[in-house]
Design a protein around this ligand. Structure first.
Ligand code: M6R
Length: 604
């Protein structure tokens, strides 16, 4: 949430900062701003293009800091846009996170006669740094942060120190990029790729002074630290649209390749087994776990729900699933043999991260299913499985969700084969999993039926998604996708629940999207469809190829290939993602950046 980028080097800073902001825009797009020492901050409400339009003539200066905002405190206005200045107007700060005690700090500063220009928590920190500044910018930052409660990833520069940027982190990511003609600081390595792949990650409680050709890392208390730079294994093309109209569409069409990357080197076909190198160090602990707790937020939580069904069904392993925002605050009663598995694309989600920390405090084994390599959660969990889905830029998760489901298939087979799954069954699954990318590739060659159906359903105000067993969480994921990308009111239910209340809402204007593959609950789903048809609700079914009966009970059908039941949720999800995408496009919406959202939810 919010993106920060700073540059200190020998080139003009503004174009570099604008490019960086465009890459970071997915983290928030309520407003944006740039500060170059010696000039007033330039700010604009809305997307980065609005800010860029204000730089018809670039301003000189080879140091600068910039920010793209997801509003937390104060409306998305120019006054509230970052960077914020201290009272002398010579120190500027951009911030990702929340200063929790900003009200009391603000009152103290106001009583000293300091005036504020915005409603933000960030400006309080800028003003605080200004009051504590006595010629040493780093010290002023360190002293100010010792008074602050909350989370931050900050970059600070000043007219008096225009050759340096001070940065610090607690709870919000900061990465330093080591370039040839200057150094950069960002909240996400993707914004550095055009300049360098050599990076240094800051950990919580660390700060740094970055200049054109050097950087120094310290603790907030001033102890010097030595860190070896790491290489980011990403190509710049991975964060570009490459001819697609939107990142969301590109990312859906990347799914076959993503599954290949997720399973590469992780199957032993002849033995019907799975090998997950990231779990080697904890393998015996994991296989002796008597209970698993899966934790995640949003789509990652729904992936966890599917994971629970699979682990219980095939590995016979008792599994629970919790939202990160609940797990971290509730009383958890783990036994010694339980393990917590957190699922997260970004690896930075505040509630998921807090859940990791809370589980660790209880001495529980914590594992991560994480996409963003080197992210905070990847580093703080004891062991884990990387998704290898590549960067996901569209705010709505698509390929990362599919990769999370794929990892749960791998994990299920790994544990199930230890717990009695037959060689034959193991082989069947890993072989089918191996063939899945090509099957999906073929499926994605013709999605015209989804486009047609999207046009028909784009005019409805409401929708209800239903499914059973493995497909109950997929119904929830489908409804989340539709909501976030199209703003259509959508709900989801395990289909058997409808008659306990929600069916009261249905009529001819309230369509149902029914996930009805030919599995062991098919007959039950057909009965549920009959029930909603009796209330005149239009029915769009996601069914498996070869189902001859479904067209008799549904108004529209989107067929998907029939695969092993453990893989069916992966396949059934894709038309739901495309449905949301095409409806969003039909409605003329910004599908990559839906209103009010940000990709990485680093606030609580
Ligand atoms: O980065 P994470 O996987 O931890 O993010 C969790 C959710 O914020 C995320 O899945 C969100 O629900 C997406 N917008 C869904 O499309």
């Amino acid at each position: 949430m919010c993106g920060i980028i700073g540059y200190v080097g020998s080139r003009t800073a503004v174009p570099i900062l604008l490019d960086g902001l465009r890459t970071l825009e997915y983290r928030g797009y309520d407003s944006a701003g740039i500060y170059v020492p010696g000039h007033s901050p330039v700010k604009a409400v809305g997307p980065i293009d609005n800010l860029a339009a204000k730089f018809a003539e670039s301003i000189p200066g080879t140091t600068g800091i910039a920010h793209t905002r997801w509003a937390t405190h104060g409306a998305p206005t120019e006054a509230n846009a970052h960077p914020h200045l201290d009272m002398s107007g010579s120190i500027a700060l951009a911030h990702n996170g929340i200063i929790e005690n900003f009200r009391e700090l603000r009152e103290g500063l106001i009583s000293q006669g300091i005036k504020f220009d915005s409603e933000t928590d960030t400006e309080v920190l800028a003003k605080l740094i200004g009051t504590l500044y006595q010629g040493d910018l780093l010290k002023a930052v360190q002293d100010s942060l010792s008074l602050v409660r909350g989370t931050y990833g900050i970059i600070v520069t000043s007219t008096h120190h225009s050759d340096k940027i001070v940065t610090a982190r607690l709870g919000s990511p900061v990465v330093i990029g080591l370039g040839i003609d200057g150094n950069l600081i960002s909240s996400d390595p993707s914004a550095l790729l055009a300049h360098t792949k050599d990076v240094v990650y800051l950990e919580d409680g660390e700060c740094a002074v970055v200049t054109k050709d050097a950087y120094e890392i310290l603790t907030l208390k001033g102890k010097r630290l030595t860190k070896t730079p790491e290489t980011v294994e990403l190509e710049v093309e991975a964060v570009q649209k490459q001819g697609y109209d939107h990142f969301m569409l590109k990312e859906i069409f990347e799914i076959p390749e993503v599954i290949e990357n997720t399973i590469r080197g992780r199957q032993i076909l002849s033995k019907g087994k799975v090998k997950l190198g990231g779990l080697d160090g904890v393998f015996s602990k994991l296989t002796s776990a008597s209970r698993l707790m899966i934790v995640g937020c949003g789509s990652a939580y729904y992936a966890g729900q599917v994971g629970r069904y699979l682990l219980e069904e095939y590995a016979g392993l008792p599994t629970e699933v919790e939202l990160g925002s609940e797990y971290r605050y509730k009383r958890n009663l783990p036994d010694k043999e339980s393990a917590v598995i957190v699922v997260t694309q970004s690896g930075e989600t505040a509630d998921t991260l807090a859940s990791v920390r809370s589980a660790k405090e209880q001495g529980i084994l914590t594992l991560g299913i994480v996409n963003a390599v080197g992210s905070t959660i990847a580093r703080e969990t004891e062991a884990g499985i990387y998704n290898h889905a590549g960067p996901e830029i569209a705010v709505a998760s698509t390929k990362a969700f599919i990769s999370q489901l794929t990892v749960f298939v791998l994990l299920t087979v790994l544990l199930a084969r230890e717990r009695g799954m037959s060689l034959e069954e193991g082989k069947k699954i890993v072989e089918e999993l191996n063939n899945l990318p090509d099957l999906i590739r073929k499926y994605l060659k013709n999605t015209s039926d989804i486009k047609t159906v999207a046009k028909k359903y784009a005019g409805y105000r409401d929708a209800m998604f239903i499914g059973r067993k493995f497909h109950a969480p997929i119904a929830y994921e489908g409804s989340l996708k539709l909501k976030e990308v199209t703003y259509i009111h959508a709900e989801a239910y395990a289909a058997g629940e409808l008659k306990h209340g929600s069916i009261a809402m249905l009529d001819e204007n309230f369509p149902i999207v029914a996930l009805v593959p030919q599995d062991d609950v098919y007959e039950k789903m057909i009965s549920n469809i009959e029930e909603v048809r009796a209330r005149k609700a239009p029915v769009l079914a996601i069914a498996t190829k070869g189902d001859k009966h479904i067209s008799e009970v549904a108004d529209d059908v989107l067929f998907v290939p029939k695969v092993h039941p453990i893989l069916q949720p992966i396949v059934s999800t894709i038309p739901l993602q495309l449905l949301a995408y095409y409806i969003g496009v039909e409605k003329g919406l910004n599908v990559d950046r839906p209103r009010n959202l940000a990709k990485s939810v680093t606030v609580e």
